[in-house]
Design a protein around this ligand. Structure first.
Ligand code: ZN
Ligand code: ZN
Length: 272
């Protein structure tokens, strides 16, 4: 009986470990790969690491990186005004996810290409999709299902279950940034940006630092989003570790005093 309890304990611990691994891989794939690296060029990493990070986001159903980046750059340019693809001004559930099949109403493929010229030159990125069409989400879903079939075959149903749970929370946390962090009734503002962005602590925890969204809208190109000591930003700490390992450079940091910046503002201080 005791040994049975011991085995169960080990399994629970192992599953908790798997959960953390999957949560970090998929979560950082979005926050560091898709967002701070591809969209805002907040730091630079070797190409292999760039692809490894982006793959983590891709396997959590974020879709084609070019499309994700194009939509997010548009969000920064039009935040909470006409043309913002996912502002809660158009309804909370629209911002939470309803916008996904309507993105092409906000951005033509021509405009998407103009937004993402830097990524279109990468054949692998282009191969994953470069248009607002059904094709790229279907390819992403298929690859993500195959990845989970492999998890099931190599590690069994419980590890697959843990992966699905981690993926669901990571996916939801990204949508919470788009919706909750632009609501007037929650969180706080450290900067008077021209949009309604807010810092929301619990979204910050779930989304590995992306919930400090008012800070991010004030200084979009900064690799660091959590700026006060209590604004935990796990993604930023990972950037610092990568820098220590010699795997990240050209890291853009916030200035000592942050001026009011328009959406899409430019870099202020770059660490070598
Ligand atoms: Zn925003
Ligand atoms: Zn952003």
């Amino acid at each position: 009986m005791e040994s049975l309890i011991g085995t169960c304990k080990v399994n629970v611990l192992a599953l908790a470990g798997w959960f953390i691994v999957f949560y970090l891989y998929h979560g950082l794939g979005i926050t560091l790969g898709y967002h701070r690296l591809l969209t805002h060029k907040a730091f630079a990493v070797p190409k292999w690491l760039r692809y490894l990070l982006v793959l983590g986001g891709y396997l959590s159903l974020m879709g084609a990186p070019i499309v994700w980046v194009g939509v997010h750059r548009l969000h920064h340019q039009k935040s909470d005004t006409k043309g913002d693809p996912h502002s809660p001004q158009d309804g909370f559930f629209h911002a939470l996810g309803g916008w996904m099949d309507k993105a092409k109403n906000y951005q033509s493929d021509g405009e998407l290409h103009r937004q993402c010229k830097d990524l279109l030159s990468d054949p692998l990125m282009r191969c994953l999709g470069d248009a607002h069409s059904l094709k790229s989400p279907i390819v992403c879903l298929t690859v993500s299902i195959l990845f989970r079939v492999a998890i099931f075959m190599f590690f069994g149903p419980w590890v697959l279950f843990v992966n699905l749970a981690a993926t669901a929370i990571v996916f939801l946390s990204t949508q919470l940034v788009n919706s909750v962090c632009h609501l007037p009734s929650v969180g706080y503002r450290s900067y008077e940006t021209v949009d309604n962005s807010k810092n929301v602590w619990w979204v910050g925890l779930l989304s590995l630092g992306e919930g400090w969204h008012n800070n991010h809208h004030a200084i979009p190109t900064s690799a660091r989003h959590g700026l006060k000591w209590y604004e935990l930003d796990l993604s930023w700490y990972v950037v610092l570790v990568l820098e220590k390992l010699g795997l990240a450079n050209k890291i853009i940091c916030p200035p000592e005093r942050v001026p009011v910046m328009p959406p899409g503002g430019t870099a202020i201080h770059v660490r070598k």
